[in-house]
Design a protein around this ligand. Structure first.
Ligand SMILES: Nc1ncnc2c1ncn2[C@@H]1O[C@H](COP(=O)(O)OP(=O)(O)O)[C@@H](O)[C@H]1O
Ligand SMILES: Nc1ccn([C@@H]2O[C@H](COP(=O)(O)O)[C@@H](O)[C@H]2O)c(=O)n1
Length: 211
């Protein structure tokens, strides 16, 4: 039986990863997680300072065609080597992660529902909706602690690219969602409903037609 692909989109720091983690930890052996961020284009031709100034919030920043081909391979029952990404150096990292086909594949990223072809491959489309001020506060802390950024760089990037691209690409993609989840992984009602749905998908996968 073909795996079910769940797309989880939403603005930066909306809680996508928290929701993805909460769901995948409940079904460790039955889910695979594909991160669109891992498919950011590599620009080794540019020095670090120029890579830092690129727009990472528009569709062109991602090698989405590679992600889609990996998702199609997983649907066909094949393993794939997912790239990894280094936000400190703004570049693809050395290791890849072997992803095995599972009954449920979660694909997460800011533009997962923006990219028509990627959106089309998702069976269930989720948009995590969190107020911009909350997301910005989270991002300032997250980028300083986890991504080696200064307050000035977060401020500059947010105003120059993150905010305008959010308004242009991310926010309108909410209309494509089947489910809108306010606050992501801390929304226990949504988490419970999605958990039940995934449970059913996994049961159907184990015994097609039984439920
Ligand atoms: N409900 C929440 N309350 C407080 N902090 C949160 C909450 N959800 C996420 N965070 C924090 O916000 C940051 C971004 O969350 P994350 O789930 O990684 O968002 P995204 O994947 O959408 O960028 C992380 O540091 C995370 O710990
Ligand atoms: N070199 C990079 C690449 C991406 N970003 C930012 O990451 C954000 C997406 O990740 P989330 O976990 O926040 O969804 C996106 O808004 C990019 O601006 C970056 O800062 N540097």
């Amino acid at each position: 039986m073909r795996p079910t692909i769940i797309g989880i989109a939403g603005g930066t720091c909306s809680g996508k990863s928290t929701l993805t983690r909460a769901l995948s930890e409940r079904f460790v052996d039955q889910t695979a997680v594909m991160l669109h961020d891992n498919y950011y284009r590599s620009r080794p031709d540019l020095p670090l300072a120029e890579r830092a100034a690129l727009n990472y919030d528009e569709p062109a920043a991602f090698e989405t065609s590679l992600l889609i081909s990996h998702l199609r391979a997983l649907l066909a029952g094949e393993c794939v080597e997912m790239p990894t990404y280094d936000y400190v150096h703004h570049d693809r990292a050395e290791p890849t992660i072997t992803i095995r086909p599972r009954p449920v594949i979660i694909v997460e990223g800011i533009l997962v529902l923006t990219e028509q072809e990627l959106c089309d491959v998702c069976d269930i489309k989720i948009f995590v909706d969190t107020d911009a001020d909350v997301r910005l506060l989270r991002r300032i802390r997250r980028d300083a602690v986890e991504r080696g950024r200064s307050l000035e760089s977060v401020e500059r990037q947010y105003l120059q690219t993150v905010k305008p691209m959010h308004e242009l690409y991310v926010e309108p993609s909410k209309r494509r969602a089947d489910i809108i989840v306010p606050e992501g992984g801390s929304n226990l009602v949504a988490l419970d409903m999605l958990t039940h749905r995934i449970q059913r998908i996994i049961e159907d996968h184990a015994a097609p037609g039984a439920s």
